[in-house]
Design a protein around this ligand. Sequence first.
Ligand code: FBP
Length: 345
Amino acid sequence: MNLADLNKVALAMVTPGKGILAADESSGTIKKRFDAIKVESTEENRRDYREMLFRSTEAMSKYVSGVILYDETIWQNAKDGTPLIKLIEQSGAIPGIKVDEGTQALPQCPGELVTVGLDKLAERLKKYYERGARFAKWRAVIDIGSGIPSMTAISVNAHALARYAALCQAAQIVPIVEPEVLMDGDHDIDRCYDVTQRVLNKTFQELRIQRVELEGMVLKPNMAISGKKCGKQASVDEVAEKTVRLLKACVPAAVPGIAFLSGGQSDEEATAHLNAMNRIGGLPSSLPWRLTFSYGRALQAAPQKAWSGKAENIAAGQRAFTHRARMNALASKGEWETGLEKKVA
Ligand SMILES: O=P(O)(O)OC[C@H]1O[C@](O)(COP(=O)(O)O)[C@@H](O)[C@@H]1O
């Protein structure tokens, strides 16, 4: 492993003013997204949609540091035969790949899940590296509910995240470590804070045990946030203040950057939260790691709606994507304001 090179890639992924486009929806997830815009989830439609995003020149070259791809996409060609991964490289963004293989029920732990995909992972990483991937992603899912999460679920998921991260670094690929505490449910922000703290602490303990080099990884956490069905929703400032406090308590300064997931927040909420956190950090930031986005839904909901599966809407889809990418890019520097939302480029 060449740690200096891993660190260089990790830092490039969290460049101030840029963030990560999470376009790695698995087949089930992209079908859900397409159902919402009444588009059939065929291989061709998925290709056309993602090609539209990757050909958004301004967004890709100015605001996107890296793109997380799904296995199907990394091997797919654009309509004119150019590999989609080449479009990403040509824009200057770094291609990455989701390598987990989804979740399975965790025995003895009703309602809890463990992420799978470690079998043959070393071989798969080698092929992805040859294809051009320079970072990878693995998502663990932790649900909050009555009596959960169990220590078992936190522990097995943290162990798997660290196994994955160690294998990535051995393959000269930067691991994005994503332990997602879901925001579904009626819990309040403080419960989210407590659970996320347990999850992050366990994850970093496992990363250390398995000798993962923290300088060569990126963390992709949830924010400390109220559950979607909680009667009392925390304000933007409270989310920002508690998330920064939580991260300071749990994330070693050796980690180059933190790129948040959006987790079902609205587009503007996800931007406002990131912006407020970077404002707390100040300019230049007093925080030890860079804070940016690795959003799926909060970057893509608008372009998906604008596109709606129609070739004549491609320019509108690209405009919507560029706007969201620009708003989040500004938030990654604490320079976003609500008023900017109205000025769609
Ligand atoms: O299809 P999956 O594997 O469930 O992944 C869902 C999505 O969750 C993410 O990790 C985060 O996405 P969101 O920002 O929409 O929460 C994406 O990278 C991924 O596409």
